[in-house]
Ligand binder design. Structure first.
Ligand code: UN1
Length: 500
């Protein structure tokens, strides 16, 4: 049996107060990855208290010094990239090449945010009075809580923790209960990089009670959450009663639009990658294909053939293209949506079946990549997030109707257009109402230097990554220094200035 994975609180690896544990399971083999401490509200409180104490010092560490720790984090992530990637494939199932990409996203973020240590830019502006100076600074906030999902178990914690730390906040981190060991390994890297005690704490265990305690805790000032819309909105409402700042990244229902003039081969590759990469379990995954009439038959035919040929299996085998879904429960949910699609009158072209790893006695929570044709924009499978390998094909007349269909869902994360017509591309860039737009590329693959997030039900207007990430973890402080030696009343004594 592998070693028990513990919480990291105040610089110590500790068990949960209750002594309870649970198992992290490999979804490809159904084997136990590791036993994990099962934390409760009392463990959370210890972590918050530690973070609160550490904040008093950490906020005063000059940001360039904080940045040096982040650079070390980037270096260590690079050194441990392969181990972390292998653990990721084991703990949540994504195939090894994608797991490496997930870690790489965190490495990119560490170096990017390390650089913020020497920027964290504020600004000055002219003021109304003589002998007076004004500036606006970003200020740290305090203890921040990070609640992260299992589908990007290293990248998403990096999007949240690195900007929070560079800005001078301290952290209580609650990773998804499907990927607790990766969460703990992520924190271990920070400990190795020299993060001071209490600055970065992790509490492992099931979300519900801990999430509520985070929303209620008077010493948690900011919550950054990525996960389901349902849980996110509940948390938001609960935290609002305490006046907390909340940043939400929730669901998606992303579409690729393919016009008649598109490069067909390129579109096929992009659709397969965006719909079935990560077994469809990305917030950015393509789950709708909006295709213009003239190219539909050819595109559909190519997609069916290629989808059927995708190799499923344990993602540590480099020839495997599609891993399992994260859990038996997740697989049930996906299968239910497939039944809903059939019931709504959509035509299933392939997939629609639970399966297992044939080379391992049928073990694992696999689901065959599924294509639905004859989908209309209002069907539930075209409106609701499925979070699995299911793609719905919707036919359309022209660009305007394609854009209208794209925009007519409750989410607004990512969209994509395939065309060779530059005018169509720019019209789409203007009119697609998602937070991320791609031209001639699928809906996945955002880079960390740009804002990441979406409109409508995808969030609450905040963005992750890029410099924008700092907005979640800082508050502005405006400073006025009057060195005139007399009372100068803004907005009132302004005419005096010209008289002098
Ligand atoms: C997510 O699915 O929550 O753009 C994150 C992408 C990745 C991140 C996805 N860089 O697909």
């Amino acid at each position: 049996m592998t070693e028990l994975v513990r919480n990291y609180i105040d610089g110590q690896w500790v068990e949960a107060k209750s002594g309870a544990t649970f198992d992290s399971i490999n979804p490809a083999t159904e084997e136990v990855v590791a036993p994990i401490v099962k934390s409760g509200v009392e463990d959370l409180d210890l972590a918050v208290q530690a973070a609160k104490r550490a904040y008093a010092k950490w906020r005063l560490v000059p940001a360039p010094r904080r940045g040096e720790i982040l650079y070390r984090v980037g270096q260590l992530l690079l050194e441990h990239k392969e181990d972390l990637a292998r653990l990721m494939t084991q703990e949540m199932g994504k195939v090894i090449t994608e797991a490496r990409g997930d870690v790489q996203e965190a490495i990119d973020m560490a170096f990017f945010m390390g650089g913020e240590g020497r920027r964290l830019l504020g600004y000055t502006a002219p003021v109304e009075m003589p002998n007076k100076f004004g500036m606006a600074l970003r200020d740290s906030i305090g203890v921040v809580a990070l609640i992260t999902p299992w589908n990007f178990p290293i990248a998403i914690p990096s999007w949240k923790s690195l900007p929070a730390l560079i800005a001078g906040n301290t952290i209580v981190f609650k990773p998804a209960s499907d990927t607790p060991k990766l969460g703990a390994e992520f924190v271990r890297i920070f400990a190795e990089a020299g993060i001071p005690e209490g600055v970065f704490n992790i509490v492992l265990g099931p979300g519900g009670p801990i999430g509520n305690a985070i929303a209620d805790h008077p010493d948690v000032r900011v919550i950054s959450f990525t996960g389901s819309t349902e849980v996110g909105y509940d948390l938001y409402a609960r935290a609002a009663r305490k006046g907390k700042k909340v940043s939400l990244e929730l669901g998606g229902k992303n579409a690729i639009i393919v016009m008649d003039d598109a490069n067909l081969e390129l579109a096929v590759e992009a659709i397969l990658w965006s719909a079935f990469g990560t077994t469809g379990q990305r917030c950015t995954a393509t789950s709708r294909l909006i295709v213009q009439k003239g190219i539909r038959a050819k595109l559909t035919e190519a997609l069916v053939a290629r989808t059927k040929a995708l190799k499923l299996g344990y993602g540590l085998d480099p020839s495997v293209q599609v891993g399992p879904v994260v859990s038996a429960r997740a697989r049930e949910g996906i299968h239910e949506y497939v039944q809903i699609g059939k019931g709504e009158g959509a035509r299933m072209l392939c997939g629609g079946e639970m399966t297992g790893d044939e080379s391992n006695q049928g073990k694992g929570y696999f689901y065959k990549p599924t294509l639905f044709d004859n989908v209309t924009p209002n069907m539930r499978i075209a409106q609701e997030e499925i979070f699995g390998p299911v793609l719905s094909i919707i036919e359309t007349e022209d660009l305007d109707s394609a854009i209208q269909i794209n925009n007519s869902v409750a989410y607004g994360l990512s969209s994509s257009l395939f065309t060779e017509n530059v005018n169509a591309a720019f019209r789409a860039i203007r009119d697609l109402t998602t937070g991320i737009v791609y031209i001639n590329h699928g809906t996945t693959g955002a880079e960390i230097q740009f804002p990441f997030g979406g409109t409508r039900g995808t969030g609450n207007g905040m963005r992750e990554a890029g410099q924008t990430a700092l907005d979640s973890f800082t508050e502005w402080k405006s400073v006025y220094v009057d060195y005139s030696g007399r009372l100068q009343r803004a907005q009132i004594d302004t005419d005096e200035v010209l008289k002098d």
